[in-house]
Design a protein around this ligand. Structure first.
Ligand SMILES: Cc1cc2nc3c(=O)[nH]c(=O)nc-3n(C[C@H](O)[C@H](O)[C@H](O)COP(=O)(O)O)c2cc1C
Length: 242
């Protein structure tokens, strides 16, 4: 049994944790004292007066602030989809366009998310801007972007990313990394400097019918404003309890 505070190579103590090595060398439990980690959110507030009546305007305002703050990955969002067995799954993608039509990201249509969206064309998105103590959640129906839109974005990507779209059978089991490297060499030689967009690769656009803006506040009394799309095309804004 091994108990105590561990130190990393630069001598800083990691969070207190206890390690218990079981009877067999292969079995052990690692218990970190995560419950003791606490943070008070006090950076900002979000209220009905200061927020925009249109959620897209509110999103643009927060995205501009996330960009200005030079966060590490301001455009990274989690995408949740649901499989045919009813099980949800999530992954991170990069949002590439946001306008009145919705939010766009690009991927492999034959990936797990692609297969799940073909079965159930609804998704939930989440941005977590940790440093700003903000979260945006967005839900809606998902459609493929037009061929022209996908072509235009594909053409704007660096060459290795364009070859990568051919080389990676995203979400499939592969024998080893060598498969990817060999595929990249093969398609690189085949298409040279101008690979076309693979037919299995393109964009998805989520058309929002619900947005939520979350701002962390002191004492866990966070601000949450939800916008629901009405039949007349307007948005109903309401405050949710944190
Ligand atoms: C910061 C970040 C950005 C990513 N951006 C994308 C992206 O734009 N498109 C994409 O297909 N995968 C992206 N990925 C990889 C996905 O998270 C995921 O591994 C991949 O899409 C396969 O997911 P799936 O098997 O659920 O379909 C990104 C990963 C990270 C960490």
């Amino acid at each position: 049994m091994d108990r105590g505070i561990r130190h990393n190579k630069v001598g800083r103590s990691l969070t207190a944790f206890h390690v218990r090595v079981g009877p067999g060398r292969s079995s052990y439990t690692l218990r970190m004292d995560l419950a003791a980690l606490r943070k008070s959110y006090e950076r900002d507030a979000l209220d009905e007066q200061a927020s925009q009546a249109d959620p897209l305007r509110q999103f643009e305002h927060w995205m501009k602030q996330a960009l200005a703050a030079q966060l590490p990955e301001p455009t990274a969002m989690t995408v949740a989809t649901v499989g045919s067995n009813g099980r949800p799954s999530t992954r991170v993608v990069l949002v590439k366009a946001v306008d009145a039509r919705g939010l766009v990201w690009y991927t492999n249509y034959e990936s797990r998310k692609g297969r799940e969206l073909a079965h159930c064309p609804y998704a939930a998105l989440q941005f977590h801007w940790v440093e700003l103590e903000r979260v945006v959640r967005i839900e809606g129906r998902v459609e493929k972007t037009s061929e022209a839109e996908s072509d235009a974005y594909f053409a704007s990507r660096p060459l290795d990313s364009r070859i990568g779209a051919w080389a990676s059978p995203q979400s499939q089991v592969i024998e080893s990394r060598t498969v990817l490297v060999a595929n990249a060499a093969k398609y690189g030689a085949q298409y040279l400097l101008s690979p076309p967009r693979p037919p299995h690769w393109g964009g998805y656009r989520l058309v929002p019918d619900c947005w939520e803006f979350w701002q962390g506040r002191k004492s866990r009394l966070h601000d949450r404003l939800r916008y629901r799309l009405r039949d007349d095309g307007g948005w109903t804004r309401e405050r949710l309890a944190p």
